[in-house]
Design a protein around this ligand. Structure first.
Ligand SMILES: *[C@@H]1O[C@H](CO)[C@@H](O)[C@H](O)[C@H]1NC(C)=O
Ligand SMILES: *[C@@H]1O[C@H](CO)[C@@H](O)[C@H](O)[C@H]1NC(C)=O
Ligand SMILES: [Mn+2]
Length: 409
């Protein structure tokens, strides 16, 4: 009863206050008109927020407000969480031919982990972490004048490639088939870049194997730049071996297997940010060399600095096609606590972003990429890891936009 009484009293006050006469025209007003007039002239009244019609100089671009609702939510917290509010496209369908150039795709898979599980929730965790990224405000201070969402390339969120939860081998086949299907799409802007390119959000690191298998048909062997605290070239006989063949395929052996299958360049691959325990005094490192990897260890950054790190990578890779694989555990746990196999002593988010930008500026020919091992359940209330994953994907997107690719002839 009390609220109704309050309204009645208020209306009476309104009628009195406005004297039922429009203040501008002096025409008499009904009680209802007086009420709405009172509200609209109060501080609660609707303002005209269309800045394009207001006193803003014409050189100022339309307000961010004017875009609210643009492509699934101009403001970060609005809308369905596609990556950076990008349009959702089912990229595996042939109807998607010529509709996009670069896709963000999720691989919700974590059947290959050795320690903390849960990376299957990584793709949607990264979409949540990327909410404050948007085509609407995509011009980054670190990349003068480029908004990678609205440059020559059409960028979409391809959704996830669904995969079987009960059988790792079946799931890996499904991921490979899905990637092959998307890779076969004709890009929208053929005049700039001849192939669609994908940034995959994992998923545990095993997913890099089906991705490399799917890329091989188009690009041949690629130079893998592997940002990771671990080597991931472990001999399957060593890590998971002696039990079943099934156990040998996991997030610590996939680069060894990729080498054995001829998917990697012979001596242009590189680990960056390495730091981890080894399973043997000599065997792991010898096997790693055999798999074609060089290495920049995490602690070397303090002596080398970022420019020399970039130069070493550029010297090693040359003009080979590059596949970039970022295990989020390359970052120090302070910057990325939410991951499966944490190793203290890693790089900062800024260092990683700046190195990636350096590789991009050097024009290395990136044909695909992944950011893996984000396991949202271990993130904090500030979403530190998820937001870092979003920004790393954004940095890689800048690289793909900056360096279009031609298919091998
Ligand atoms: C392709 O990119 C060029 C260069 O930025 C641009 O002018 C053109 O509009 C783009 N074409 C399509 C179909 O998006
Ligand atoms: C790598 O070396 C092997 C053995 O010499 C050779 O058969 C293979 O073609 C080489 N692969 C590449 C990508 O150069
Ligand atoms: Mn890894």
């Amino acid at each position: 009863m009390f609220p109704q009484l309050f309204v009645l009293l208020s209306l009476a006050e309104i009628a009195f206050a406005t004297q039922l006469v429009d203040k501008d025209t002096q025409k008499p007003l009904s009680e209802a008109e007086a009420f709405s007039n009172f509200i609209s002239k109060s501080i609660f009244g609707r303002r005209n927020f269309n800045l394009r019609q207001s006193h803003v100089p014409e050189t100022v671009p339309p307000s961010f407000f004017a875009y609210a609702g643009f492509d699934n939510g101009g403001f970060g917290y609005n809308g369905i969480a596609t990556f950076a509010h990008l349009p959702y496209t089912i990229c595996t369908k042939s109807e998607s031919d010529k509709t996009f150039d670069i896709g963000i795709v999720g691989h919700p898979f974590d059947l290959g982990v050795s320690y903390r599980p849960g990376a299957r929730f990584g793709p949607n965790g990264a979409r949540q972490g990327a909410r404050r990224l948007s085509p609407v405000a995509g011009w980054d201070l670190g990349h003068n004048g480029v908004n990678p969402f609205r440059d020559w390339a059409s960028v979409v969120d391809c959704g996830d490639i669904s995969n079987a939860p009960f059988d790792k081998m079946e799931a890996i086949h499904e991921l490979e088939a899905g990637m092959k299907s998307i890779n076969s799409r004709t890009p929208k802007n053929m005049s700039v870049s001849e192939a669609v390119r994908l940034i995959t959000i994992g998923g545990d690191h095993t997913i890099t194997l089906p991705i490399l298998r799917a890329l091989h048909a188009t690009w041949g062997p690629v130079a893998v730049l592997h940002f990771d605290s671990h080597l991931d070239t472990w001999d399957p006989k060593q890590l998971g071996g002696g039990v079943t063949k099934y156990a040998e395929v996991n997030h610590g052996t996939m680069l060894h297997i990729a080498h054995e299958e001829g998917l990697l360049s012979n001596n242009s691959n590189m680990h960056l940010g390495s730091r981890c325990g080894l399973l043997d005094e000599h065997y792991d490192l010898n096997n790693d060399l055999r798999c074609g990897f060089g290495m920049i260890r995490a602690r070397e950054i303090d002596k080398l600095g970022i420019d020399k790190i970039v130069q070493k990578v550029v010297d090693r890779v040359g003009d080979k096609y590059v596949y970039l694989s970022v295990d989020i555990d390359v970052l120090d746990p302070a910057f990325a606590p939410a991951t499966g196999t944490i190793e203290p002593g890693g790089w900062t988010t800024r260092e990683l972003l700046t190195i990636i930008q350096g590789l991009s500026s050097a024009g290395l020919k990136i044909v695909g990429s992944d950011v893996v091992e984000f396991t949202p359940i271990y993130d904090n209330a500030a979403e530190t890891t998820g937001i870092a994953v979003g920004d790393i994907v954004y940095e890689i997107l800048h690289w793909m936009v900056q360096v279009p690719v031609k298919k091998p002839s």
